[in-house]
Design a protein around this ligand. Structure first.
Ligand code: CTP
Length: 393
């Protein structure tokens, strides 16, 4: 991929973007305008990317090493971060008078702009018209973020955080095979209150459900994530509905079920909740305290009874007889797919970033997967779901 850096104070954040992309295994070719090189030296980018930095079309050595048409042809995605008002204006007007604008003009790869500038510059009707024009013909844009700007103003103009830019790039590179799907995904634990300061919960971190939401959004689905309490950042391009109890989760899911084409229940729904919630903090008086619990509704089972054409995916977190228990849940809850995992196995389960899972479907197929990251597993789950949908009679 090509990362083009143009001259704004946010250039320092582009350095972090390169570092994150390298961590993710991308091959990054950096191109800089002369102005950008006033903010951060090409040597910084060259050291991080491990490749010479392209700066000048009219340099004989550079042209023989990199070649501007070569750069345009080889890029699978072209990112301009930070993008100044000047570069947006030049590209919108069809000007190609330096290396960067020439390459952008010649590339057939998707081009992503991450603008960053003074708030009044960003709001300038000419800049806005240029952005609209570029969007109309297929260029992609990220919105600048609101906040404190280097020029001293507060407002919309900050470059999005490096991680958000990298996430946008991942999305651009994905096949949009889930376009048209409206996915309802649940994630995280529930909290069942005992009194105003205490609750019952479980060890779910929400990481699997959030990975599913990210993967589905990248692949073009419209995603609603109904999430129990977690400390995770909201996934990009996802509507997040925050809930606490199983009952709240049930209500949030049922409300959005009619509109969904598929539901993935990755939440570790609390099976029980206290019969009584004390209105005031319980004091420690007796030597022992007995809590009476009642069964919570089984959300997935309820969906299974009224699913119509919707695809339903469940999770089975087990510690023994993993496959047999998962198969039973698949059948009893009328699911299309279930993802079984042995939460007691090393590298699998709640808090980590990896999982070891087996996918079972209503056709009797059983796919045993090796240890992989939750992000990879999310994609495998959607590959399977997509295949089920495509092969449907
Ligand atoms: N689930 C649900 N509502 C519940 C309990 C579970 O929707 N009250 C969903 C989970 O989100 C998961 C699947 O059902 O997708 C299986 O959850 P799990 O807790 O493993 O199984 P249970 O059906 O609760 O059975 P058990 O706890 O006895 O293993």
């Amino acid at each position: 991929m090509v990362l083009a850096v143009t001259g704004g104070i946010a250039c320092y954040k582009a350095v972090e973007v390169v570092r994150l992309l390298m961590r993710d295994g991308f091959s990054v070719q950096v191109a800089m305008t002369r102005e950008a090189a006033q903010f951060v030296t090409p040597l910084t980018f060259q050291t991080l990317s491990g490749q010479p930095v392209a700066t000048d079309t009219f340099s004989l050595t550079e042209e023989s090493q990199i070649g501007h048409i070569n750069l345009a042809d080889q890029a699978d995605v072209f990112v301009i971060a930070p993008a100044t008002a000047n570069i947006i204006g030049k590209i919108a007007s069809g000007i190609a008078d330096d290396l960067l604008t020439t390459v952008v003009m010649a590339t057939q790869a998707p081009v992503l702009f991450a603008p960053s500038m003074n708030v009044h510059m960003f709001e300038n009707p000419i800049v806005q018209e240029n952005i609209r024009k570029l969007r109309r013909v297929g260029y992609h844009f990220m919105e600048p973020v609101e906040g404190y700007l280097a020029c001293g103003y507060e407002g919309k103009g900050r470059l999005p955080e490096p991680e958000a830019i990298v996430e946008e790039i991942r999305g651009l590179l994905k096949k949009k095979d889930l376009a048209g799907e409206r996915l309802l995904i649940t994630a995280g634990p529930n909290q069942e209150p005992i009194d105003p300061v205490r609750f019952i919960t479980n060890r779910s971190s929400g990481k699997m459900g959030y990975a599913l939401a990210r993967a589905a959004a990248r692949r073009g689905a419209a995603v609603t994530l109904v999430a129990g309490p977690t400390s995770l950042p909201p996934p990009a391009k996802t509507r997040v509905v925050a809930v606490r109890t199983a009952e709240e989760m049930r209500a949030a899911v049922l409300e959005r079920f009619a509109d969904a084409t598929a539901v993935v229940m990755a939440a570790a729904v609390s099976d029980y909740s206290p019969v009584q919630v004390a209105p005031k903090k319980l004091k420690k008086t007796a030597d022992a305290l007995r809590l009476e619990l009642k069964r919570n509704p089984d959300i997935l089972e309820e969906l299974g009874r009224k699913k119509d054409g919707r695809l339903l995916v469940g999770f089975a977190a087990e510690t023994d007889n993993v496959i047999a228990n998962a198969e039973k849940k698949l059948r009893e809850k009328n699911l299309d797919m279930i993802v079984a995992n042995d939460v007691a196995a090393e590298g699998s389960g709640f808090e980590g970033d990896t999982n070891i899972a087996t996918i079972l479907d209503h056709g009797g197929n059983v796919v045993t997967l090796p240890l992989m990251t939750k992000d990879e597993l999310a994609d495998r789950i959607f590959d399977h779901l997509h295949a089920l949908k495509t092969n449907r009679p």
